[in-house]
Design a protein around this ligand. Structure first.
Ligand SMILES: [Zn+2]
Length: 59
């Protein structure tokens, strides 16, 4: 189920030239509020490296 949460995106733009930390934080928040796109592989790998559970709503 992919549904764009326009209000969340308007309030939470991805920073320009984001650091990996910023990307990880953004995608975790994004996945909790919006399902318009999956978490990129690089971010998934970083979550695994940090031992952070990947939210189920990424599918
Ligand atoms: Zn989205």
């Amino acid at each position: 189920m992919s549904k764009l949460n326009r209000a969340w995106h308007d309030a939470n733009p991805m920073p320009a030239n984001p650091t990996l930390d910023q990307r990880v934080e953004w995608h975790l928040a994004h996945t909790a509020h919006c399902g318009c796109r999956p978490i990129p592989r690089l971010v998934l790998e970083e979550l695994a490296r940090r031992g952070i559970a990947v939210p189920e709503t990424t599918r």
